[in-house]
Design a binder for this molecule. Structure first.
Ligand code: COA
Length: 157
């Protein structure tokens, strides 16, 4: 496990987060990331190594009692060490405490690392959008997780 502190994502973190984004397909620009910090109902976190460097980030938004995860990324050199799982668990605990009952997200159907991650955290498949992504063309897999009701991972194939 890579030890990180989960903290609010501030404007000062934009260059580091933009660099992590740049390593991912469909990367958002620094301007898009900056706009995200202003989103109504938005929430954004960074995972910070003990040396202060940002190694991952997560953002999403809440409307009424539902939330959507918009972006999640971990810097390549720190992947597969539990950083994304720590970001998700932190955010989901906060959303549950605020009374959010369901969290949604969509991802490229072929994004196996993300798909496995979300399944492990308890997201189930809730639908598909054919040809949703461009460059390259790819279907979107829709996933959802209820935040109350005591669901278990086994209930999500
Ligand atoms: C998807 C992503 C965020 C995962 O981050 P990460 O910090 O490496 O993930 P974690 O170490 O917390 O992994 C937790 C679990 O997810 C699954 N997982 C993560 N990466 C995986 C991979 N490459 N292959 C298979 N399963 C994987 C595993 O079940 C893993 O648990 P385990 O290591 O005990 O087997 C990262 O690969 C990334 O930034 N990808 C590019 C951006 C992206 O695709 N974002 C998601 C779409 S919004």
């Amino acid at each position: 496990m890579f030890p990180v502190r989960i903290e609010p994502f501030s404007a000062a973190d934009l260059p580091a987060v933009a660099a992590i984004e740049a390593e991912t397909p469909g990367a958002w620009s620094a301007a898009q990331l900056a706009a995200e910090l202003e989103r109504t109902g938005g929430w954004q976190y960074v995972a910070r190594h003990e040396d202060g460097s940002v190694v991952g980030y997560l953002c999403g938004y809440t409307v009424a009692d539902e939330a959507e995860i918009l972006k999640l990324a971990v810097t390549v050199s720190c992947r597969r060490q539990g950083v994304a799982a720590q970001l998700l668990e932190y955010a989901l605990a906060g959303l549950a405490a605020q009374g959010v009952s369901r969290v949604f997200l969509e991802l490229r159907a072929g994004n196996q690392p993300a798909r496995k991650l979300y399944e492990k955290i308890g997201f189930g498949h809730s639908g598909m959008r054919k040809g949703y992504y461009r460059n390259p063309l790819e279907d979107a897999l829709l996933m959802a997780k209820p935040l109350s009701g005591g669901e278990s991972l086994e209930e999500h194939p």
